[in-house]
Design a protein. Structure first.
Length: 117
């Protein structure tokens, strides 16, 4: 059974997919209506739950706030979607131009539920 936070993150993932953009842990958490936690830990835990419960969702569209990847398999999934990633030897970074910026207005807009089937 999924949490309300997981459902809200799933809704944001759908929005990112439609826009063909990526989101940050903080941006996604705030858009989903919760605090991302210290260093995005709460958001990362919710994203990991979404990833396990609904692997068909494009969870890989969420990166850390500094542009680095959250999970090791993200680089391959992003590359398959035509999103360039750069490996600096320590971390993998994405181009900040592909990251969606959620405005204050967007953060207060009600979300439409996404079917999970």
């Amino acid at each position: 059974m999924s949490s309300s936070r997981a459902q809200a993150v799933a809704d944001v993932l759908y929005e990112l997919k439609q826009a063909e953009k990526l989101g940050t842990l903080t941006g996604v958490a705030r858009k989903a209506g919760f605090n991302p936690g210290v260093n995005g830990k709460t958001a990362l835990n919710v994203l990991d739950n979404v990833r396990r419960e609904w692997p068909h969702l494009q969870w890989w569209r969420v990166v850390k706030d500094d542009g680095t990847l959250c999970f090791s398999e993200q680089a391959d999934l992003l590359t398959r979607q035509g999103i360039s990633v750069a490996d600096d030897g320590k971390s993998v970074l994405v181009d900040e131009r592909v990251v969606m910026e959620f405005t204050a207005e967007a953060l207060s807009t009600p979300k439409k539920p996404v079917p999970m089937n």
